[in-house]
Design a binder for this molecule. Structure first.
Ligand SMILES: NC(=O)c1ccc[n+]([C@@H]2O[C@H](COP(=O)([O-])OP(=O)(O)OC[C@H]3O[C@@H](n4cnc5c(N)ncnc54)[C@H](OP(=O)(O)O)[C@@H]3O)[C@@H](O)[C@H]2O)c1
Length: 264
């Protein structure tokens, strides 16, 4: 049983926790890595781009924890297994898993090639990558008997259909990842493993940089809070959900999008 907090003294602290963050080398994943490091966590970044990972680790160094990167392609089960083994050898226990690695594509289904390459590329990363990581890390969390926290970074695109930027594989994989989160919350609760999803809206990263200026203005105009989010703001929510303060929260999808889905 995950014990409730008794007071607020360390309610939001991640001191000494080991967090694995896929795609933690840049963008939103780095915002989460930075927020968690500032809250006391040690960080293992799993990604493909080693140069970007080195830059991320250099920035994290100022927070004084243990930070390391591991080469991993989340679409490839053997790569995931090897990377998780390496993390465990170096860090010991894994307390927090953040499934953040993701890709998108803008294309209508009927315009895709005959192999549906875009469809499979997005689903293999955003949905299957999350499943691969949850399988490998979840088994270790269960066997260690210390509980854990799994956060899946999905999207508000799971709830809406973007008319100006068709992205059915992205929306479908994020919607599936939201429901996968709920299934895992039920399956893993008996091991004291909490599973939640964070569904960001438009956030300032590489992924959102392809948006044409006129659409950028339109989106900001539609958004009740009037601006794109910042990666550190997603990180702050991730810290809360991984912290002792969230001991009773599991199976929930937390939208953080400036109110966009309410008024788009
Ligand atoms: N930005 C937004 O507006 C927004 C909104 C809602 C949701 N999200 C979600 O937030 C997450 C991060 O997005 P972002 O905006 O930060 O994107 P980004 O800047 O393009 O970064 C994508 C990250 O995913 C990693 N990645 C992609 N494919 C991978 C693979 N096969 N194996 C391992 N790592 C892989 C990349 O690692 P490498 O550097 O090694 O390629 C990179 O760290 C995604 O799940 C995205 O859907 C973003």
């Amino acid at each position: 049983m995950i014990q409730p907090i008794k007071d607020m003294s360390a309610a939001f602290s991640l001191a000494g926790k080991n967090a694995v963050i896929t795609g933690g080398n840049r963008g939103l994943g780095f915002g989460i890595a930075s927020a968690m490091a500032q809250s006391g966590a040690n960080i293992a970044i799993l990604c493909r781009d080693g140069k970007k990972a080195a830059e991320a680790l250099a920035e994290l160094a100022q927070y004084g924890g243990k930070y390391e990167s591991f080469s991993c392609d989340v679409t490839d089960m053997s790569s995931v297994r090897r990377a998780v083994e390496e993390v465990c050898e170096s860090f010991g226990n894994i307390d927090i898993l953040v499934n953040n690695a993701g890709v998108s594509c803008v294309s209508e289904l009927l315009d895709m090639d005959e192999q549906l390459s875009d469809w499979y590329h997005v689903l293999n990363t955003d949905l299957n990558g999350t499943v691969h990581m949850t399988y490998e890390v979840g088994k270790r969390m269960r066997d260690a008997g210390k509980g854990g926290c799994i956060l899946n970074i999905t999207s508000n695109a799971a709830f809406i259909v973007n008319k100006t930027q068709p992205m059915s594989p992205y929306s479908a994989s994020k919607a599936a990842a939201n429901h996968f989160t709920k299934c895992m919350a039920v399956e893993l609760g008996k091991y004291d493993i909490r599973c939640n999803a964070i569904a960001p809206g438009f956030t300032n990263t590489e992924l959102s940089r392809h948006i044409p200026p006129d659409q950028f203005d339109y989106i900001n105009h539609q958004m009740p809070l009037g601006r794109f989010g910042e990666p550190i703001e997603i990180g702050a929510l991730a810290v809360f959900l991984a912290s002792p303060a969230a001991a009773q929260i599991t199976g929930a999808v937390h939208v953080i999008d400036g109110g966009y889905i309410l008024s788009c």
